[in-house]
Unconditional design. Structure first.
Length: 134
């Protein structure tokens, strides 16, 4: 899976960090072979809060959207908002997807709730990234 969202942790080149590089004029390529199951970084705190509020324990919750995408698709979907492009890099990497067991997740309210909403949220975060600097 891939955790998506703006993070103050800039110590490694996560997908969003690399997208920011392209927005800032750097050249980069993104893997177009490995299918990821993304989740939004804010979902972690939301799910923990809701588990505590609902007094739920010992649960396994698949925390990802039902929309599989590649790094290239994620980058392209975000960069479109900034009139930027990138190139695909076909690495041939394939990793099996998690079983699409999202039944447990339906009991929680997560915002954003769809892949397209996650992209919109990330674009908003990028546009307001000065607020996220520590």
């Amino acid at each position: 899976s891939a955790v998506m969202g703006l993070s103050p942790n800039q110590s490694n080149k996560k997908i969003i960090d690399r997208v920011l590089g392209v927005i800032n004029g750097e050249s980069d390529q993104f893997d177009n072979s490995w299918i990821l199951q993304p989740t939004y970084i804010g979902h972690f705190s939301q799910i923990i809060t809701q588990l505590i509020d609902k007094n739920l324990w010992n649960r396994t919750i698949n925390l990802f959207t039902d929309h599989g995408v590649t790094q290239y698709q994620i980058a392209t979907d975000i960069l479109t908002y900034f009139n930027k492009t990138t190139k695909p890099d076909f690495t041939g990497r394939t990793i099996p997807l998690f079983p699409n067991n999202l039944e447990e997740l339906k009991h929680f309210t997560l915002i954003p709730s769809t892949y397209s909403d996650i992209i919109t949220m990330i674009v908003k975060e990028i546009n307001n990234r000065n607020y996220y600097v520590i």
